[in-house]
Design a protein around this ligand. Structure first.
Ligand SMILES: NC(=O)C1=CN([C@@H]2O[C@H](COP(=O)(O)OP(=O)(O)OC[C@H]3O[C@@H](n4cnc5c(N)ncnc54)[C@H](OP(=O)(O)O)[C@@H]3O)[C@@H](O)[C@H]2O)C=CC1
Ligand SMILES: CC(C)(CO)C(=O)C(=O)O
Length: 307
């Protein structure tokens, strides 16, 4: 299966290295110093375990250079997806399928709106990774991996089943799921706590775990996002908040969210597609989300980055 990764950053870059190292034909769309480094020295993955892998892959800022792919992995941020989809048209021109790994719950419908119904899978990354320097991805944890399936949440249909098999064969965990839509929403609920708070409080998960005040705020953010998910008709079971809170206890304290890293680096924030989306849905659905609104108020001034 020919694979193209649009946005070979933290998660996209991690997947690109794993798939290419296993012998799959992978190309990447990147830009700036990251692209220059990939072209000069290859794309490198430094894992939490100390393992380092470098692959040489075709890389370009222009997808037209790379040709159509069977699988197009979208690894960009929520606010970058519209531009990325537009430029990715040559990659999708051969009838391939899109696999978004973005946080939030809107990437699949956004992709289907551009490429057509049934042309996008659901993907949700339980992975923590970031570009640590141009050309180099650091995987910061050893979490569960990339949960993927079709738009109805199934993993036994094509091409979802083949994509998952390819990831598993490449040593990229792609856990089993009864309904991938539940995983997607569960991640959104968890992220409203971990992702929002490590950004807003400019800290790591360990700081939240150690602070009674931040833990209370974390729990409020998780419970608010769950209430929004239920009101939105998401198929999330009633024990979801408790499971998310229990999992948080075992999470590596060294993790912080991609938004926390973006905030520190002065990059634009995905806030409208994440915390902001929960707040917006809360308002629309009549669900009070005061903690989420407060986090938005703190993060929105930094939305466009330092330029
Ligand atoms: N990082 C993590 O640990 C996790 C992230 N996620 C989610 O995954 C998604 C991706 O996050 P992450 O991997 O951190 O993102 P990164 O910012 O690390 O990677 C995105 C990459 O895409 C590049 N890019 C964006 N638009 C284009 C374009 N038009 N042409 C070429 N390159 C482009 C960016 O370049 P540039 O920097 O120049 O904009 C960047 O290198 C987000 O939705 C995030 O919330 C989910 C789970 C965990
Ligand atoms: C918080 C985390 C690392 C959880 O996997 C994440 O989703 C992100 O960085 O955006």
């Amino acid at each position: 299966m020919k694979v193209a990764v649009v946005g070979a950053g933290g998660i996209g870059g991690y997947l690109a290295v794993r798939l290419a190292a296993a012998g799959n034909p992978v190309s990447v769309v990147a830009r700036g110093a990251h692209l220059d480094a990939i072209r000069a020295r290859g794309l490198t993955l430094e894992e939490h375990s100390g393992k380092v892998t470098t692959v040489q892959v075709p890389a370009s800022a222009d997808p037209g250079d790379l040709g159509p792919a069977d699988l197009v992995i979208f690894g960009v941020k929520g606010h970058q997806l519209d531009d990325a989809m537009e430029m990715a048209r040559p990659l999708m021109a051969g009838g391939g399928v899109a696999l978004p790994i973005l946080n939030g719950v809107t990437a699949t419908p956004r992709l289907e709106a551009v490429f057509g119904e049934g042309r996008a899978l659901i993907g949700t990354a339980q992975i923590s990774a970031e570009i640590v320097r141009p050309g180099v991805i650091g995987r910061l944890d050893s979490e569960t991996g990339l949960v993927l399936g079709d738009r109805d949440g199934r993993q036994d249909t094509e091409p979802a089943a083949s994509v998952r098999a390819m990831l598993l064969a490449a040593g990229a965990p792609a856990p089993e799921s009864d309904d991938v839509r539940v995983d997607l929403w569960r991640k959104m609920i968890a992220w409203n706590g971990t992702g929002t708070l490590t950004a807003a409080a400019r800290c790591h998960v360990g700081d939240v775990q150690a602070s009674p005040e931040l833990r209370r705020l974390y729990e409020a953010l998780v419970r608010e996002a769950y209430a929004v998910a239920v009101a939105a008709g998401a198929p999330v079971p009633a024990d979801t908040p408790d499971k998310v809170l229990a999992r948080f206890e075992g999470m590596s304290g060294a993790i912080r969210s991609s938004m926390a890293a973006d905030l520190e680096a002065g990059r634009a924030l995905e806030v409208d597609h994440m915390t902001g989306a929960v707040a917006r849905m809360g308002r629309e659905l009549g669900v009070p989300v005061p903690a989420t609104e407060a986090m938005c108020a703190v993060l929105v001034p930094h939305r466009d980055g330092r330029g």
